[in-house]
Write a new protein. Structure first.
Length: 397
C-alpha cells in the first residue's frame, strides 16, 4: 500500500487566558499592519514600474521596527510578522501567475484574524503547546490525537467572527495511505431539491442548513440594524449574528465531510460537473439556496481527499447536456426546463431528471478517462468534438 506523504492540518479549539488573549490580539494587529504596509510599499513600487521581493520587504520591516512610531512591533514575536511578508509574496506570485487577483489590504473588522508561527517560535512537548512571548501553554481541547510521534512544523492561531479561538497544527500524517484500487465509479449530479444525486439512483437530501436558522438569524440581524454604529451594543449584536453563521457553517462542513469521505472510500473514479458557482449565484432567486448548498466546498473536499487516497476526480464540461440526454438511447431532447423533474424519452424510457444526469456524467467521465482528454473537455478539439461529445455521438442511434 502506497503512502501519499500528506501534510495535514489538525485544527483544535482552545481557550486562552486573559493575558494570552491580549497577546494574541496584539499579534493579529501587528500582522495586519505589517501586511498592509508591505502591500502599500509594493503597490507604490509597482506604479514606478519597480518590483519589491520578500527580501527587500524584510529589510523594510527591520527599518520600521527602529522607528518610534512603529516601535510596538517589537513587542510581539517576529516570526508571525515575517510569515505575513511570505504570505504577501505568495499572493503576488499568484497574481503574476494569473491565478489570483491583485492582493487586497486587510481590514480590522472583516479580515480573518490569524498569526502563523514556525518551529522557532513555539515549543511542543507532551501535547503542550507554548507560543513565543507566552509563559503558559495553551488550553487546547484535544478532540482527536495527533499522528503518533509527530510534531507540528507550523502552528496557526486564529479567532473567528464569533469570538472562538482555534489553533491549527501542520503535521505530516503517515496514517493517510492510498486505498486499494477498485473498479467502482460513480457519477454525481449536484442540485437544490436534492443536494446530490448519484448514478446508482441514491439521492442525498438537501439539509438546507441556512433555512433551519433563518428565523433566528433574521431576528438578530434586525436587532443589529437598530444599534448605533461604533457602539458596544452593536458589537454585541454583531457577535450574536456571527455565532449563528458559525453554527450554520459548522453543520454544513460536518455534513460535507461525511459525504465526501464515504464517496472517496467506496469509489475509484468520481465524476462531477464543472459548475461555475460564481456565475450561478448572480441569479437573485436562487443565490441563497446555491450558496447554502456549498457546491464549491463539496468539490474542494472531494478533490483533496481523492488526492490523499489515490482516487480520481473527473470534472465534465459545464456545457455537456447531461439533463437533456437520454442515458439509454442517447437521444437529445430539445428543451428541459428546471420545472421538469421526470420525462419520457422517445425510446419509451422514463427518466428521473437528476438520476439520468448522473448516469450521463458517469458515461462522459469514462469517455474522458478512456480518450485521455483533459478535466474540462475542449469545445474545439482537432477532431471537431471533445471526448464527451464523441461518446455521445457513438451512442446515438
Amino acid at each position: 500500500m502506497t503512502t501519499s506523504h500528506v501534510r495535514r492540518a489538525f485544527k483544535y479549539r482552545f481557550y486562552p487566558t486573559d493575558a494570552q488573549a491580549v497577546e494574541l490580539s496584539r499579534t493579529f494587529g501587528c500582522v495586519r499592519k505589517v501586511y498592509n504596509m508591505a502591500l502599500a510599499a509594493r503597490t507604490e513600487a509597482w506604479a514606478r514600474q519597480e518590483r519589491i521581493n520578500y527580501n527587500q520587504s524584510s529589510v523594510m520591516l527591520t527599518a520600521w521596527k527602529k522607528t518610534e512610531e512603529l516601535a510596538y512591533l517589537n513587542e510581539v514575536s517576529s516570526v508571525p510578522l515575517q510569515q505575513a511578508l511570505r504570505h504577501l509574496q505568495v499572493a503576488f506570485t499568484n497574481f503574476f501567475g494569473k491565478r489570483a487577483k491583485y492582493p487586497r489590504f486587510k481590514s480590522r473588522k472583516k479580515s480573518r484574524k490569524s498569526a502563523e508561527y514556525t518551529t522557532s517560535a513555539f515549543r511542543f512537548r507532551d501535547n503542550r503547546l507554548t507560543l513565543a512571548k507566552m509563559r503558559e501553554s495553551l488550553d487546547i481541547r484535544w478532540s482527536r490525537p495527533l499522528p503518533e510521534g509527530m510534531s507540528p512544523s507550523t502552528v496557526t492561531v486564529s479567532q473567528d467572527a464569533a469570538g472562538r479561538w482555534f489553533v491549527s497544527l501542520l503535521c505530516e500524517d503517515p496514517g493517510i495511505k492510498y486505498l486499494p484500487t477498485t473498479d467502482a465509479a460513480i457519477g454525481i449530479d449536484a442540485g437544490l431539491d436534492h443536494l446530490l444525486t448519484f448514478s446508482t439512483g441514491e439521492k442525498i437530501a438537501n439539509p438546507r442548513h441556512e433555512r433551519r436558522d433563518r428565523v433566528a438569524l433574521a431576528k438578530v440581524q434586525r436587532r443589529l440594524a437598530k444599534k448605533t454604529i461604533g457602539s458596544a451594543n452593536r458589537a454585541k449584536a454583531r457577535h450574536k449574528v456571527a455565532k449563528i453563521h458559525a453554527r450554520i457553517a459548522d453543520r454544513r462542513r460536518d455534513a460535507l465531510h461525511k459525504i465526501t469521505t464515504r464517496l472517496v472510500r467506496d469509489n475509484q473514479t468520481l465524476v462531477i460537473e464543472d459548475l461555475t458557482v460564481r456565475n450561478m449565484v448572480k441569479n437573485r432567486r436562487l443565490a441563497r439556496a446555491i450558496s447554502d448548498a456549498a457546491w464549491s466546498q463539496f468539490r474542494s473536499m472531494l478533490e483533496y481527499k481523492a488526492a490523499w487516497y489515490g482516487r480520481e476526480v473527473i470534472a465534465i464540461d459545464r456545457w455537456f447536456p447531461s439533463s437533456k440526454l437520454c442515458s439509454s438511447c442517447g437521444a437529445l431532447a430539445d428543451e428541459m426546463p428546471l420545472s421538469v423533474r421526470t420525462w419520457t424519452c422517445e425510446c419509451g424510457t422514463i427518466h428521473d431528471r437528476d438520476v439520468n444526469a448522473a448516469k450521463n456524467l458517469l458515461a462522459a467521465g469514462r469517455a474522458v478517462a478512456a480518450c485521455g482528454a483533459g478535466v474540462r473537455p475542449q469545445r474545439s478539439s482537432p477532431g471537431g468534438q471533445s471526448a464527451t461529445k464523441q461518446e455521445t455521438s457513438r451512442r446515438e442511434p
